[in-house]
Design a protein around this ligand. Structure first.
Ligand code: KIV
Length: 293
């Protein structure tokens, strides 16, 4: 069997994360849920694309991530796969897809890997997911952990607040991170945790930390693309820095087009198709003949 080379020599694979950490090189991760945004972030040079269950808030307007299904992630993932060629592609395991037994979890993760083209999966939880992480890794499925604020636990937590704020809670987070590393995770998302705790975790682990609302000390930073470009609704968390206002740009374009249509300025002749002269002449003749009859 010939070992096929990756399409791009610069393609990011899981081991590249460890290499970057060892060199002290910061990496970047963004979400994408469709072909155009995948192409944009991949071509811009983003290292990791996450097809996150934030799709529930951002794309489907559910209000939280609880209702997101495996099929919704899978469908988004396939489009993102077609739009990306360099970034490491990570798929989120949505709520309910890893809660009813290890075999079922492996089957669902395999759907994302085989059917969707994911190169790794992400799942929320700390010590309670250790056995699952071990099992997935045994089945050659790279796993990214996710601790701190885990949005799938919104009902248990009663909202979206910073986690690990007491020394006991902080200690638990550090332990969870170590347990996930021992279980074989290749990276861990730290969401909404004090920067001091994220720094400790980042220093104590060999695997990469992926921070969101966790300060500058993480190895990798991740954001939801729609927050970064101003295409989301509602109050943005303070850790989001918005670099563009695409919502305003889109509203402006839609309003201008609407006005043009209403004022008869769209479509122009250039934006429509004329009947060729020959057909015009024939039609004129036919109409004359009809009138004469
Ligand atoms: O679903 C998601 O987008 C995430 C990131 C915010 C880490 O889990």
């Amino acid at each position: 069997m010939a070992y096929l080379q990756p399409d791009k020599p610069e393609k990011v694979y899981v081991p590249a994360l460890r290499a970057a950490k060892e060199k002290g090189e910061r990496l970047v991760c963004l979400t994408a849920y469709d072909y155009p945004t995948a192409r944009i972030v991949d071509e811009a040079g983003i290292d990791i694309i996450l097809v996150g269950d934030s799709i529930g808030n951002v794309i489907h307007g559910y209000g939280n991530t609880i209702p997101v299904t495996l099929d919704e992630i899978l469908s988004a993932l396939k489009a993102v796969k077609r739009g990306s060629s360099r970034a490491l592609l990570v798929a989120d395991m949505p709520y309910g897809s890893f809660h009813t037994g290890a075999n079922k979890t492996v089957r669902n993760a395999l759907k994302l890997m085989k059917g969707g083209g994911a190169e790794a999966v992400k799942l929320e939880g700390g010590r309670n997911r250790v056995e699952l992480v071990k099992r997935l890794v045994e089945e050659e499925i790279p796993v990214m952990g996710h601790i701190g604020l885990t949005p799938q636990s919104v009902h248990k937590l009663g909202g979206y607040s910073v986690q690990g704020k007491t020394s006991d809670a902080a200690q638990r987070l550090i332990e969870d991170a170590k347990l996930l590393e021992e279980a074989g995770a290749f990276a861990i998302v730290l969401e909404l945790v004090p920067r001091e705790i994220a720094e400790i975790v980042t220093k104590e682990l060999k695997i990469s930390t992926v921070g969101i609302g966790a300060g500058l000390g993480c190895d990798i930073q991740v954001l939801v693309l729609h927050d970064l470009v101003g295409l989301s609704f509602g109050r943005l968390p303070r850790f989001v820095r918005q670099y563009a206002n695409i919502r305003e740009v889109m509203t402006d374009a839609v309003t201008k087009w609407m006005d043009d249509v209403k004022n008869g300025n769209y479509p122009s002749e250039k934006e429509s198709y004329g009947l060729p002269d020959k057909a015009k002449a024939t039609m004129k003749q036919k109409s004359k003949a009809n009138k004469a009859e």
